[in-house]
Design a protein around this ligand. Structure first.
Ligand code: NI
Length: 406
């Protein structure tokens, strides 16, 4: 294996780019765009890649960009950032707050994009020494749009074929200067459900002449709770949450219809399919027993679980310790959050790594998807350095196949 720059040295180097990375992050933060609408975001990414003389393919998955650094004859590893924002109105106490009411980078994808551009800068500077190719995957629509899947379908992992992939996600539960993940399943398979309960509307004073979908919907919500508590192995994580109930407008009218919306999650695809099957059966039968009908749908994309390759996690741990110290790496339990990095990790060995951004002194304490979500920006160069280290180490190893033991 060629001599590699130590991860700690990469971190020192990345810190010199702190203001460059931070300014990109803030620029993106001010103009958040939702899934597949990241037109301006994509422009910023391409402008920065142009500035660095990094070639790229665009559009991939509508607004996505796949950049490439290195030479074509060696192995290929990929680094991935998601670029989309959320339909949340920002309340964070920062002076680069979202300029678009109702939209916010509340999941830190602005940070992911800026950190990957930081890595692009560092990798480009050592392009001549790269024993292969690093692909930088900037993907749209992580938040429910399965942009990762579309990127794969449009060839993000081909030509040259990616052999290993890493992704970073800002993690407000972890302090800045630490990282975490785990071997195997890290994040859940997740999907949504809508249940439309139909009855017959009428005057609330004469319930006998109507068929009440409100009472039926209430029973369905209660019955669904027993799927997880009575039907699933207590040692197997499962979630069935109804998160919205809508029906009726007036106090004295029985509405004809009630709509329930929710989410269903498991750590395996068969687990998710079991829950969906039982939600459908239970909703339909409770409705029938109450003279209503229930139309059960699972709209959108069912994200598969995010499963880390154990060896890739070993690589990330070793480099994390090298960059940040022995105590800086933690093995996290799986979480029931979903993440479309799963689509890549399903196809090639990969690892999704949580990057600590919590800093109580700066008020960076809120969880992702919170309107006050805030990150400690001193974590940004850590992300760039780790991306760079993951790529350099992986290329060197894959170049010297067979894969060495740590
Ligand atoms: Ni996210």
């Amino acid at each position: 294996m060629p001599t590699l720059t130590a991860a700690s040295q990469l971190l020192t180097e990345a810190r010199k780019h702190q203001s460059w990375i931070t300014s990109i992050r803030r620029q993106l933060h001010e103009y958040p765009e939702l899934g597949y609408q990241e037109v301006r975001t994509s422009e910023v990414i391409r402008a920065k890649l142009d500035e660095l003389s990094v070639p790229y393919r665009w559009p991939v998955a509508k607004t996505g960009v796949v950049a490439q650094i290195g030479r074509g004859d060696g192995p290929c590893v990929a680094l991935r950032a998601d670029i989309d924002a959320l339909p949340i109105h920002e309340e964070a106490d920062v002076d680069f707050r979202s300029r678009t009411p109702g939209k916010m980078h509340a999941c830190g994808h602005d940070c992911h994009t800026a950190m990957l551009l930081g890595a692009a800068k560092m990798l480009k500077a050592r392009e001549a020494e790269l024993p292969g190719v690093v692909k930088l995957v900037f993907q749209p629509a992580e938040e429910g749009g399965a942009g990762g899947n579309m990127m794969c379908e449009e060839g993000a992992l081909e030509n040259p074929a990616v052999e290993r992939i890493f992704g970073l996600h800002v993690w407000p539960q972890l302090a800045t200067g630490s990282i975490g993940s785990r071997p195997g399943v890290f994040l859940a398979s997740a999907g949504s459900v809508t249940i439309t309960v139909q009855g017959k509307g009428g005057h609330a004073a004469k319930p006998n002449l109507a068929i009440d979908p409100v009472a039926t919907a209430a029973k369905i919500v209660c019955e669904l709770q027993t799927i997880v508590s009575r039907e699933v192995d207590p040692l197997e994580p499962a979630v069935v949450s109804i998160t919205s109930i809508h029906g009726g407008e007036a106090y004295n009218v029985i509405p004809p219809e009630v709509k329930l919306i929710g989410t269903i999650r498991s750590l395996t695809m068969p687990g998710l399919e079991f829950l969906q099957k039982r939600v459908r059966a239970m909703a339909e039968h409770v409705a029938t027993a109450n003279r209503c009908t229930a139309l059960v749908e699972f709209p959108g994309h069912d994200y598969p679980p995010t499963v880390n390759d154990a060896y890739c996690w070993d690589v990330a741990q070793e480099l994390g310790r090298e960059a940040l110290g022995e105590e800086a790496v933690v093995e996290l339990p799986p979480t029931m959050g979903g993440e479309d990095f799963a689509y890549y990790a399903n196809r090639v060995p990969g690892c999704f790594v949580a990057l600590g951004v919590r800093n109580e002194a700066e008020g960076a304490i809120y969880g992702v998807h919170h309107p006050k979500f805030k990150v400690d920006e001193s974590a940004l160069p850590i992300g760039s350095a780790l991306h760079t280290a993951f790529a350099l180490r992986s290329l060197a190893e894959l170049h010297d196949k067979p894969r060495p033991a740590l």
